[in-house]
Write a protein that binds this ligand. Structure first.
Ligand code: UDP
Length: 306
């Protein structure tokens, strides 16, 4: 069972699970997911799509081996526009998916986020860092919901013995990100392809570390198989400033777009880079796709949809 199965990462995950010989049921309420993301999978008899809101009860017949909770708005403009739904899917949705895992004796995996570190005061971020989150800012609905989701996973593990996993996903990009998602990569790519100015927020000195989606999905599968109940960072430690990212995308796109500076959103983290020592040790995982190679692949996709 994959909640958020019609989302950007969820749909790639469904594909990979099918590829490993599993039967997959994708649940999605299509708030930010898209049927087009899974249309290529519908002909597979081992795949089923169900339009469902996991904040309501999740009832499933038959055996379930893995429950993967990926449902949530995930870009700052999207969760800022849907704050209550975002809080519910991280809290009630997580509780319902954990309940399903408990009933079925399944392994549960939570898609958590680097946002649990907030605007981090420790750099790079190891899993042992507790974070610096503003609960009442525009990101609070997402950050606190995911922190609560992690607490739920640990509580079900301790109280009910559920086999649980928590992955903290750092910035990830790839095909099937929505053009209007609002994040840096889709915005910059659409702007570069159209020859419009790239909107860099603030002075662009804030940093991010971008992981290509195929690397991320490999990490998810490795954590399912070899992980434990403690959180593990999944992301690419190659760190760039947002201005460098914008310039790189302009160059890769062969675009004549200029850069325009806009106001920095409230609570925008100044730096973000995963410490992936634990993933390396526990999962023998590390990203393989270098930044420009990954951006090139994502750009190919955006050329087909912009
Ligand atoms: N950003 C930007 N221009 C945009 C969109 C985002 O400069 O059009 C910046 C944003 O302020 C942040 C970084 O790019 O510093 C990454 O933003 P994104 O929304 O991709 O994800 P975040 O890591 O902030 O959750």
């Amino acid at each position: 069972m994959v909640s958020g199965g019609a989302g950007f990462i969820g749909s790639h995950l469904c594909e990979a699970l099918l590829g490993s010989g599993m039967r997959v049921v994708a649940l999605d309420n299509l708030l930010t997911g898209s049927p087009g993301n899974v249309s290529g999978l519908l002909a597979d008899p081992d795949f089923e799509f169900r339009r469902a809101n996991v904040n309501d009860e999740v009832v499933v017949d038959g055996d379930v081996r893995y429950v993967l909770h990926f449902a949530s708005p995930a870009s700052p403009p999207q969760y800022d526009a849907n704050p209550i739904h975002t809080l519910k899917v991280g809290t009630l949705g997580t509780m319902n998916m954990l309940g399903l895992a408990r009933t079925k004796g399944a392994t549960f995996l939570l898609a958590s986020t680097s946002e649990v570190y907030g605007d981090p005061l420790v750099h790079p971020q190891p899993e042992t860092y507790w974070g610096n989150v503003n609960p009442i800012g525009p990101r609070g609905c997402y950050d606190e919901a995911k922190r609560c989701a992690e607490a739920f996973a640990m509580a079900y593990h301790k109280a009910h013995g559920v086999d649980t996993r928590i992955i903290r996903i750092f910035n990830t990009h790839g095909p099937r990100m929505q053009v209007l998602d609002g994040r840096a990569v889709p915005n910059f790519m659409a702007q570069a392809i159209r020859g419009e100015p790239l909107t860099v927020y603030g002075d662009g000195s804030q940093t991010r570390s971008l992981c290509y989606v195929s690397d991320l999905v490999r990490g998810v599968l490795a954590d399912l198989e070899h992980g434990d109940e403690l959180p593990v960072n999944l992301g690419n430690p190659e760190e760039v400033t947002v201005l460098e990212l914008a310039q790189t995308i302009v160059r890769l796109a062969g675009s004549k777009s200029k850069i325009e500076f806009r106001e920095l959103p409230v609570d925008d983290p100044k730096q973000r880079r995963p410490d992936i020592s634990r993933a390396r040790r526990l999962l023998e995982w590390e990203p393989k796709v270098a930044l420009e190679e990954g951006l090139g692949r994502t750009l190919e996709y955006f050329r087909t949809v912009v």
